[in-house]
Design a protein around this ligand. Structure first.
Ligand SMILES: Nc1ncnc2c1ncn2[C@@H]1O[C@H](COP(=O)(O)OP(=O)(O)OP(=O)(O)O)[C@@H](O)[C@H]1O
Length: 856
C-alpha cells in the first residue's frame, strides 16, 4: 500500500491500475470510480493494522477491455506494472507506470476508430494569434498551423481532436472561445517556452532546426507541437520512432468553410447520430487509411487548380480502366491498416500476425506498382506508383522468419519458422519427442498395469502426472507416488515421468526464450523501414480515395466537372448527392440546372412553397462545388465550377444552437462573419436569413443584405432562399439580381411539387398546407385559412411604398411598408404642400403640430 501511495501521488488525476500478480487492482477513490464505470465488484480490504481500503480489480488479460471503458468514460488511466519477475525477487517487486492512457494518446485498437484519426491537439495563443498542432500517435501523422481564432475554431471543429492540451492560464479563454465539448488538459506554463519547444522538436527529429519542415516562421505552432511532444513523454510514451516528420497546414491553402457551413452542409454528420452526410456518401474506400484521408480531404478541399485537376484526371483514368481500378481496390483492401500497424513498431507492440499483415501489405504494394496501366496512363498515377516501395528484401526476410500462421502471442504456439535457427529446431525436436515419449509411456503403463483409462496430463502445480479412476485404484504399482486425491480419481507421479518432464519443460522454456530473441531481432530489423512503410500507407490511401471516387462516378452517374479560373458557376441537371440516395422508394430526385455569374445573374432570390426543395437546391449547389474541389466527379450531367476560395452557408433560425445567445443573435453573428469575409471567388448561400425576428425587421435585414452583396466590389455569387416575396422587388432595382421559384401544381386541395427551378418569383407559401400534412387539428387549420383570406383581402391592391420604388404596382402580398400607408400618404401630402422658403418659425411649429395630430 505504501508503494501504491507513492506511485499514486505522482498521478493524482489518473485512475491507477496497479498490477498485483494476475490482477490489476484499484484502491480507494479509484476503486469506487472503477467499480461504477466497469460494473465490477467493490470490496473492502483490511490489511491487519492498516486501515481498510476500497478495492476493485480485474484479471490482467482483460486489460484492453476495461481500459477502453475507462478512457471512453473520460478518465485518464495510468497502468502500473510489475517491473521485475516476482519469482526472482524477495520481498516487494519493483513497480512503475508503464503507460498513461488518455483520450488523445490512445494506441489501443479498441480505443480507435478505423475511419477517423485520433488527434491529440496542442494549442497556444498570443496576441490574437493561435498556434495548433495535431498529432495522431496511432498513425504517426503530425500537423501544425497558425492563424486567428476563427481559423482555429474551424480546424478544431473539423479535425475533432480527442484531447487538447494548453497552458494552464488559457483554460478559461479556450473554453469561452471554443466551447466545452473538447476533452482538455492544462499543462504548466514553462512547457510553452518557444526555445524549449524548438529544442525538443529538433532533438526528436534529429535535425538542427525546423527550417526543413517549413514551419520555422510559426512560433506559436512550434510551441503547440512542443507541448504535444512533452505531453507524450509525460504520459510515458517514449517510443516515438514513427513520428518521422511534421507537416504544415497552410492557412490559406484550402477552400475555406466556416464551422457553420461545415455543420449546415452536413459534411461529417454528428458523432452521435451517424445519419446521412456527405462523408458517408462519398466514402467508398476499402481501407481505413483511405477512409481517414477522405475525412481530412472533405474538411480541407483544395483551391489550387493544378492539384484539383491532377486528382480529377486520375479519377477519370480509373473510371476508364476497370482492370486497374479493380486490381487497386482488391490489393488495397488486403493491406490492412498499414499506418496503424507501423505505429506499433517503435514500442514493439506489434504481434507476429500483424507483422505478417505488414508483409501481406508489401505484397499488395507490389501488385499496385506492377499493375499494367492502359494506353497513355496517367502522370499523377505514375508518380504515385513510383513512390511505392514493395521492399522485396524485407518481405523475404519476414516470410523466411515467420511460420505461415503464427500465434498472436509468443509462447502460445510456433512463431519462428523451421530452418531459421538450428538450436531452435533441436529444442523443438526434444520437446516433440518428449511428448511422443509420454504418449508411449501412457500406453506402456496402461498395458503393464491393466488400467485401461490411464491418462497422462499436466497442471501448473505439479507438472505431468498419471491419473487413475477410483475403479482402478487397486492396480496402481507401489513405485508410483500419490500427489492428489480427487472425488473420482487419484493422481500420481513417477521418477521416469519427472525426468521427461524436465526435458520437455526445459526445452519449452528455451524455445520461448529463443523465439523471443529471434522475433525481437526481426522487429529490430523492421525499425529501419518505418518511413517507407508509412509512405506506402499514405500513397495507397490516396489511391484508395480516388479509386473510390471513380467507383462512385460509375455507380451513381457522376460526371467530371470542369474546374476553371473564371467566375461562372454552371451546373447542368445537378442533384443533391446525399438526398438522392435516401429518397423514399419509388421517388426519384429531380435534377435542376443552375447558373450563377457575377454579371448577369449574381444573386438568385429563390422562392417557393414550403417543402418544395429550396434548401435542397441551395445545398446541392454548395456540395457540387465542394466535391469538385475535392477532385471528385459530381452529381450532374455537366458542371463548370469556378475556383472557389470560400463557401458560406447560413440557415436562418436553425435550432440546436447553444451558447446562451438567442438564435437570432447567432444568426446575425454568423451572417456578419460572412459579409466581412467575402471575395470575388466566394459562394454565398443564405437560407431564410431574417426569419428569426419580427417580419418587418426580418425583411428589412434580408433586403439590405442582398443590396450589400450586390454592391460588394467582388460581386460574390449568392443564392438566397426566402419566404419573403417582398424580396422579389429587388430584381427590378438591382442589376444581376434574378428571381427564381420552384414549381408546383395545385390539383384540387392538393399541392404537387414539381421541384423544377423556373425564372420568376412565386406568390404564396403553402405554410397552411404543410401544417395540414403535419397533422394539425382541422379546426385550427380552418381558422388559419380564414385569417389568411382576411389578411390577403385587406392588402389586395394596396400600393406598396418601397424606398425608391418607381411605380406603385398593386401587390398581392402583405408588405412591411404599407402598414400605416394612408397616414403616411397624408403626411406626405401636407409636407409637399409646404413652401419652406416662405415659412415663418411659428407657421413651422403649427405644421409640425398638424402632422403630429395626423398620427394620433
Ligand atoms: N429535387 C428534388 N427531388 C426530389 N425530392 C426532393 C427534391 N428536393 C427536395 N426534395 C424532397 O423535399 C423535401 C423538402 O425539401 P427542402 O427541405 O429543400 O424544402 P424547402 O423548400 O427548403 O422547405 P421549407 O421552406 O419548408 O424549409 C426534402 O426533404 C426531399 O425529401
Amino acid at each position: 500500500m505504501q508503494q501504491h501511495r507513492a506511485i499514486k501521488a505522482r498521478f493524482p488525476d489518473a485512475i491507477l491500475l496497479f498490477r498485483v500478480g494476475d490482477f490489476y487492482e484499484t484502491f480507494g477513490e479509484d476503486a469506487i470510480v472503477a467499480s461504477k464505470v466497469l460494473g465490477i465488484t467493490l470490496t473492502k480490504r483490511n490489511n491487519g493494522a492498516a486501515a481498510s481500503a476500497e478495492l476493485a480489480g480485474f484479471p490482467h488479460h482483460a486489460l484492453d477491455t476495461y481500459l477502453h471503458k475507462l478512457v471512453k468514460a473520460g478518465h485518464r488511466v495510468a497502468v502500473c506494472d510489475q517491473l521485475e519477475d516476482p519469482k526472482t525477487v524477495k520481498g516487494i517487486v519493483k513497480r512503475g507506470v508503464t503507460e498513461m492512457v488518455t483520450p488523445g494518446v490512445a494506441t489501443n485498437d479498441k480505443l480507435l476508430e478505423g475511419g477517423s484519426n485520433n488527434f491529440l491537439a496542442g494549442f497556444h495563443a498570443d496576441g490574437g494569434r493561435v498556434g495548433l498542432a495535431f498529432l495522431d500517435i496511432s498513425t504517426g501523422e503530425f500537423f501544425v498551423t497558425e492563424g486567428d481564432a476563427d481559423y482555429a475554431d474551424r480546424l478544431l471543429q473539423s479535425l475533432r481532436p480527442a484531447e487538447v492540451v494548453f497552458r494552464k492560464d488559457l483554460q478559461r479563454s479556450f473554453k469561452e472561445t471554443f466551447g466545452d465539448r473538447f476533452y482538455t488538459y492544462p499543462l504548466d506554463a514553462w512547457i510553452f517556452e518557444e526555445q524549449y519547444a524548438r529544442e525538443s522538436l529538433a532533438r526528436h527529429f534529429e535535425t538542427r532546426g525546423l527550417k526543413g519542415f517549413g514551419i520555422d516562421d510559426m512560433p506559436l505552432a512550434i510551441i503547440s507541437a512542443g507541448a504535444v511532444l512533452h505531453y507524450l513523454r509525460e504520459t510515458e510514451h517514449p517510443h516515438l520512432g514513427h513520428l518521422v516528420s511534421i507537416q504544415r497546414i497552410a492557412p490559406d491553402g484550402h477552400l475555406w468553410m466556416d464551422k457553420f457551413t461545415i455543420r449546415n452542409l452536413e459534411l461529417l454528420g454528428s458523432n452521435v447520430e451517424g445519419g446521412h452526410h456527405l462523408l458517408a456518401t462519398l466514402n467508398n474506400t476499402v481501407s481505413p487509411m483511405g477512409a481517414r484521408l477522405l475525412r481530412r480531404w472533405t474538411v480541407m478541399p483544395l483551391k489550387d487548380k493544378a492539384s484539383i485537376d491532377r486528382r480529377l484526371d486520375l479519377v477519370e483514368y480509373l473510371v476508364r480502366d476497370t482492370d486497374v481500378r479493380k486490381t487497386f481496390r482488391e490489393a488495397i483492401a488486403s493491406c490492412g491498416d498499414i499506418e496503424r500497424l507501423v505505429s506499433k513498431l517503435p514500442a514493439r507492440k506489434i504481434n507476429p500476425r500483424e507483422v505478417l499483415q505488414l508483409c501481406a501489405g508489401l505484397g499488395a504494394v507490389g501488385r499496385v506498382r506492377e499493375a499494367k496501366l492502359g494506353a497513355g496512363g496517367d502522370p499523377y498515377l505514375a508518380e504515385l506508383c513510383a513512390g511505392l516501395d514493395p521492399s522485396p528484401a524485407l518481405r523475404d526476410r519476414i516470410t523466411r522468419a515467420l511460420v505461415d500462421h503464427p500465434s498472436v502471442q509468443l509462447g502460445k504456439g510456433p512463431v519462428i519458422r523451421e530452418g531459421v535457427d538450428a538450436a531452435l529446431d533441436d529444442l523443438r525436436g526434444i520437446a516433440g519427442a518428449g511428448k511422443e515419449y509420454l504418449l508411449r509411456l501412457q500406453q506402456q503403463e496402461s498395458e503393464a498395469t491393466g488400467i485401461s483409462s490411464l491418462k497422462v496430463s499436466f497442471n501448473n502445480v505439479f507438472g505431468y502426472y498419471l491419473e487413475v479412476t477410483n475403479a482402478h485404484k487397486g492396480k496402481v504399482p507401489p513405485t508410483w507416488i500419490r500427489k492428489q486425491t480427487l472425488t473420482g480419481a487419484e493422481r500420481y507421479i513417477t521418477p521416469e515421468l519427472k525426468e521427461y518432464e524436465e526435458k520437455i519443460m526445459g526445452a519449452e522454456e528455451k524455445i520461448l526464450a529463443l523465439e523471443t530473441r529471434l522475433y525481437d531481432e526481426l522487429l529490430e530489423h523492421l525499425q529501419g523501414f518505418i518511413a517507407p512503410l508509412q509512405r506506402n500507407g499514405h500513397l495507397l490511401a490516396i489511391l484508395d480515395v480516388l479509386a473510390g471516387f471513380a467507383e462512385n462516378a460509375l455507380r451513381y452517374h457522376y460526371k467530371k466537372p470542369e474546374v476553371h479560373e473564371g467566375t461562372e458557376l454552371d451546373i447542368r441537371e445537378g442533384r443533391h448527392p446525399v438526398m438522392e440516395r435516401h429518397l423514399p422508394p419509388g421517388e426519384s430526385y429531380i435534377a435542376n440546372d443552375l447558373l450563377l455569374d457575377p454579371t448577369t445573374q449574381q444573386v438568385i432570390i429563390l422562392t417557393g412553397p414550403n417543402m418544395s426543395g429550396k434548401s435542397a437546391l441551395l445545398r446541392q449547389t454548395a456540395l457540387i462545388t465542394l466535391m469538385a474541389h475535392l477532385g471528385s466527379f459530381v452529381p450532374a450531367t455537366a458542371a463548370r465550377v469556378p475556383l472557389t476560395d470560400k463557401i458560406f452557408t447560413r440557415v436562418g433560425a436553425s435550432d440546436n444552437l447553444s451558447g446562451g445567445e438567442s438564435t437570432f443573435m447567432v444568426e446575425m453573428n454568423e451572417t456578419a462573419s460572412i459579409l466581412n469575409n467575402l471575395t470575388a471567388r466566394s459562394l454565398v448561400l443564405l437560407d431564410e436569413i431574417g426569419r428569426g425576428t419580427a417580419t418587418y425587421d426580418g425583411i428589412s435585414i434580408a433586403w439590405s443584405i442582398v443590396e450589400y452583396l450586390q454592391r460588394h466590389p467582388g460581386r460574390p455569387k449568392t443564392f438566397f432562399a426566402t419566404h419573403y416575396h417582398e424580396l422579389n422587388e429587388l430584381e427590378e432595382r438591382l442589376e444581376g439580381v434574378r428571381n427564381f421559384h420552384i414549381t408546383h401544381k395545385e390539383v384540387g386541395q392538393k399541392v404537387i411539387f414539381l421541384r423544377k427551378l423556373a425564372p420568376g418569383g412565386s406568390t404564396h407559401s403553402f405554410g397552411i398546407h404543410v401544417a395540414k400534412m403535419a397533422g394539425m387539428p382541422p379546426s385550427l387549420l380552418e381558422r388559419a385559412e380564414e385569417l389568411l383570406a382576411e389578411m390577403e383581402g385587406k392588402h389586395l391592391g394596396t400600393p406598396v411604398d418601397m424606398p425608391g420604388r418607381k411605380n406603385g404596382t398593386p401587390q398581392l402580398q402583405l408588405s412591411i411598408f404599407d402598414a400605416h400607408s394612408e397616414t403616411f400618404a397624408e403626411i406626405r401630402r401636407v409636407l409637399n404642400a409646404v413652401d419652406i422658403n416662405n415659412l415663418t418659425p411659428v407657421e413651422a411649429l403649427l405644421k409640425l403640430s398638424e402632422i403630429k395630430n395626423l398620427l394620433k
